[in-house]
Design a protein. Sequence first.
Length: 184
Amino acid sequence: MENSGGIQASLSGRYAAALFQLARDAKQIDAVGASLDTVSDALAQSADFRDLTTSPLIGAEAAGKAVAAVAASLRVDTLTTNLLGVLAKNRRLSQLPKIIRDFRAMVSQHKGEVRAEVTSAHPLTADQVKALGAQLKARVGRDVAVTQKVDSAILGGLVVKIGSQMIDNSIRTRLNTLAHAMKG
C-alpha cells in the first residue's frame, strides 16, 4: 500500500499502518473501521474512557484489563481488541484518537476516496451526511468519506475540511466578520 511518508513517520501512523495491513490481509477493513468508529464514539461520549486512555496514573496491566472489558462491552472486532491491548501494554493509549484518524486516512486512500472532516453545532442526521457527501463529491470529483465532529461553539452552519482546503460557513465566523466590518 502506498502511504504518505508523513503518516507512517509518526508513532500513531506506525500503529495505524500495522492495523491497516492486518485488516487488509484478513479482508476485514470495513469491520475494523466500524469498530474504530465505535471506539471513537465511546471516547467522545465517556469521560471515564477518555481518562483511562490519557491518565499516566493507570498502570499498563490495569489499563489492559480495563480496555479488554471496554472492548468486550462495545463488541469490537478481534483486531481492534488486540490493538487496544497492545496500546495499553506499551502505554500508548493516549495515541488512540490519532491512530483512528490515521487508519481512516489509509482506508480512504485505499478506496480512492477523499476524507472530509465536517464540524457542526449539532449532530447531523444520516440523510444530511449523505446529501453533504453528494455535494462534496460534485465539488471535488471523487468519493468523499465524511467524518463528523460536533462543536457547539460554532453556533450553527458547517466547517468543512478537505485536505488542506477549509470551507467555513459557520455562524460564529459570520458574526466575527460582521463585528470586524462594523469596527471600520
